[in-house]
Design a protein around this ligand. Sequence first.
Ligand code: SF4
Ligand code: SF4
Length: 347
Amino acid sequence: MNTKSLLAQHHRLAAAKSQIEFLENSTQISFGEKLKTQNLFPLSVKPLEIFQINVGKMCNQVCKHCHVDAGPDRKEIMTRDTMQLCLTAIEKSGAHTVDLTGGAPEMNPDFRWFVEEISKLGKKIIVRCNLTIIVANKKYNDLPEFFKSHKIEVVSSLPYFAASKTDSQRGEGVFDKSIQALKMLNEVGYGKENSGLTLNLVYNPAGAFLPGDQAALETEFKTKLKSNFEIDFNHLFAITNLPVSRFLEYLVRSENYESYMEKLIGAYNPVAAENVMCRNTISVGWDGYLYDCDFNQMLELKTEVPKSKQHLADFDLEVLQRRAIKIGQHCYGCTAGAGSSCGGTVV
Ligand code: SF4
Ligand code: SF4
């Protein structure tokens, strides 16, 4: 398994421009044409509910399918000044939820300060925790307690309930460390009935196929994790891999790209298209630029507003709410089957 990001490997698909050229250079029906068939083009936004903030690309893992191209070699980190801009914008925005992601968001040196400041605004906070960070170093061992003290909703990837598939996707030893971290979260009450502490898991397929039924997967994960490890959690989100960054590289390298896109397009679901997450979310990059979603962020597709309004420093909710969402062939990943978002299926 490669332990370097595409960027550190100087891979051509590390560049957003190369990815877009690849994705858009196809004879397949464009996502925009597809939206037109149901009068959804241009894709408009709904009232803003979620502020998703990527606090940096640094991560202790180098997962095969990472759409962020995160890893220990990535140094992009959100500064406290940019976090301050986020706080001002969150207050103005009326969003009820702040969703913190990375990389491993906890590796940002100002992570805890930021969470405390968001808490003061009375917003629901989600942290996308990769689990292994909790046991990576003793300075992170108290994260479950920290999460609990701010009633944070923890969302964590666990591609499978056994070591083989998890480790092949996320790295050697990740499964055992994830189990250890899940137990630590359970110990403080996460995932336990009536604790008010939510622990959700994320499943994504290990290869070039679509996820199975979310409810069935949740039942299977709950049964296996309970009987094999005494672990409890609340919900399982089944997420489709989007053809972006390292998953795109995998598809190309394994010669699965065309067939995977055909699968996504063939499974296009108009109801899922109505409910894509970019319609009620704004995504903030580590440097404060605004995007429609985390995938557009990684493809460097900034919001379709005047240049002077593309950064948090000039956050203008009214202008943002009038924008059309920037779409591309990667969007088919959000509309296949039951749809896919950071909160799992959308239909
Ligand atoms: S998928 Fe998550 S845990 Fe894995 S490398 Fe990317 S950011 Fe890190
Ligand atoms: S990839 Fe982003 S912009 Fe495209 S449909 Fe999904 S959430 Fe919306």
